[in-house]
Structure formats: C-alpha cells, structure tokens
Design a protein around this ligand. Structure first.
Ligand code: ZN
Length: 343
C-alpha cells in the first residue's frame, strides 16, 4: 500500500511517500481502507521524536481517518465489510482498572493511533473493532476525518472534565489549532459565551465568524480584557493548552470558583505560578487527555444530532503530505489539515 512514512526522526524532509506492507488485523481488530486522514500537532511531535516514547521505524503517523471496513480479524462481530466508519484514535489495554471502569484515556498503557503504532497516513490502517462508529452521513469524507482526536479531546475537556453549562463564559487561548476550534464549536453548542485569543487578526475574524462572542489579541492583557468583558467577573472555564505563554493569564482571568482545564503545553510546560490566586479564588486546575469510549460515543451522537461540521483548513493528497506537515509546523492553519487518500 502507499503510505507517508519516515525512517528517522527529524523535520518534514524526513517524510517519504512510497510502498509499505499492508497491515493484517489481529483478534478483535479490523482493517480500514482509508478515504481520508487528518493531521494533529501530535504528528509533528512523533516525527521529531518524543523523549521516553520509543517507536518502531519506519513509522506511519496519523491518528485521524475515515474509510470503509475492508477485513475483519478473529472474533469481530456486528461489523460488516463495506461499512463506512470513523474511529476513536485512543489505544487502551482493555484490562486495567481504568479500562474496566470505562476510563480508557486513564489506561496505564494508554496510547494514540499513529504515535504508538502505525497510523492513518496510508491507504489502510488496522484499529480495534471497539473503536468504530458509523460515519456521520451529513459529513463529507474530508469532514469525517477531521473531527476525531481534536473534537474528542475538546469534548472531554469542556463537557466531561470541565462540566461546562449553558450561560457560562469560556476563555479559549490561541484559537486556530484543531482542539481550540473544536472547543469553540462545542462551547457554542452548549450555549456558553466564548472569548477567544490569537496573535492573528485573521484567525480572530474566523473565530468570530464561527460564533465567538468576543475576541482578544494574545498578550499579557488577556485577563484584563476578560474582566472587562464579563463585568469584572472572569471566565467560568478557561481552556489552556498553550502552557508557559498563557498560564498566568489563565489564573488571572478565571472567575472565583473557576475551572482551568489543560490538555497540553505547546509553548512550554513549566510556567510561572501564582498559588495565592488558586486558593483565594478557589480555582480548580483540571487535567484532561483525549477521551474515553463513552466520550467518543457521546461526541459522535452530538455531531449527528446537531449536524456539527468540523472546520477544514486545507485538503492535500496523501502524496503531498510533507507540505501538510510543513503547514502544521508553521502554525498557519485554522483548524484541520486533511489528507485525501482515495481518489
Ligand atoms: Zn487499560
């Protein structure tokens, strides 16, 4: 099969497009003939190499995809060859205490498709049959690949962990990445007021077009801006996946009793801290990673029920995947970069 892969870690120049062996589904697994895939920031980290996470080389990246079931492994029931599907990109062991409790993203062996094994930047991929969901029929193939990891992460952050309620105010730092745009969409779905920040005027405009209620430039005045927009009250929920560059503004922008949810630290993981703000304002600092199978099922149900459509930045053919990685690396994109694989 054709695949986008790399044999050593580094930049996008390490990516090659060529033939790789077709994967065979094991017990409980299915092989999907992929129509589309989508990039996440994770794919850049995996290409560069993540200290402490050794991966087999050559490696095929990609967590997100959509396609047609092509082959069934042993013991797979209730799924037919030819079904159009999307899949939960989380990998979990199924046997630990957290998996048994339905908290797959807390699994002691948790991983992500395309990080810990070969992913979706290929003509086919093998995934667990338990991860599948029918492809939402209101979405194009490109859109079907674009709501996986980012929307699942956003769902768990805002709805499950963050407990966002209608009428609350959410601050989302650094709008433009897949997760932040997904958070904006889901927060509007819930009926929250949304404030977003960015260094880019263009991204702020696009966020406003998607329903952001207020926009602010990303700088050290964000908290002041949020106070001004909320009658000095602050934001009930702050989504911070930026880290060093935004953490202090998150602490200062949160309302009394507010919740700060983090799922990443793209600008650095050791920000300055102000503990007095945390105890005096009784803030909750909440971590979140990917999502459970229940989060995934709830997300797919919501995407269908509300006819939600993920936002697509660019569609490129798989053979031009290097350009897709480069666009992601330059943070030029607004929401999802999609790769078309079949036709
Ligand atoms: Zn487990």
């Amino acid at each position: 099969m054709k695949a986008l892969y790399f044999e050593e870690h580094g930049g996008a120049d390490k990516l090659a497009y060529g033939d790789r062996p077709e994967p065979e589904p094991g017990t409980g697994e299915v092989r999907i003939r992929l129509k589309t895939a989508a990039l996440n920031h994770l794919d850049l980290f995996v290409l560069r190499g993540i200290p402490g996470i050794p991966i087999g080389l050559p490696h095929i990246g990609g967590a997100d995809g959509a396609g047609v079931v092509e082959a069934l492994g042993e013991g797979v029931e209730g799924i037919e060859v030819g079904e159009e599907v999307v899949f939960d990109p989380g990998l979990s062991c199924g046997g630990c205490e957290f998996c048994r409790a339905g908290e797959q993203s807390l699994c002691v062996g948790f991983g992500v498709l395309g990080e810990h094994n070969d992913g979706t930047f290929a003509e086919s991929v093998v995934v667990s049959a338990l991860s599948l969901a029918p492809r939402p029929q209101h979405l194009s193939w490109e859109e079907s690949a674009a709501f996986g990891l980012a929307h699942l992460t956003a769902w768990r952050m805002l709805i499950n962990r963050g407990g966002l309620r209608p009428g609350e105010t959410v601050l989302i730092h650094g709008i433009g990445g897949g997760v932040s745009v997904a958070c904006l969409q889901l927060a509007k779905l819930v009926g929250a007021q949304v404030i977003v920040t960015s260094r880019s005027e263009e991204k702020l405009q696009r966020a406003a077009d998607l329903g952001a209620d207020h926009v602010l430039p990303s700088d050290d005045q964000v908290a002041r801006g949020v106070r001004r927009m909320t009658g000095k009250r602050g934001a009930d929920v702050v989504v911070d996946s930026v880290g060093d560059a935004t953490w202090m503004q998150s602490l200062k922008a949160a309302a009394k009793g507010g919740r700060i949810v983090t799922c990443g630290a793209t600008s650095g993981a050791n920000p300055a801290e102000e503990i007095r703000l945390i105890f005096w304002n009784q803030l909750s600092i909440i971590g979140s990673t990917m999502g459970s199978r229940e989060d995934w099922r709830s997300l797919v149900a919501a995407v269908n029920a509300h006819q939600l459509k993920p936002v697509i930045d660019t569609v490129l053919p798989l053979a031009e995947g290097r350009a897709a990685y480069e666009r992601m690396d330059q943070a030029e994109q607004f929401a999802k970069i999609v790769l078309s694989i079949d036709g």
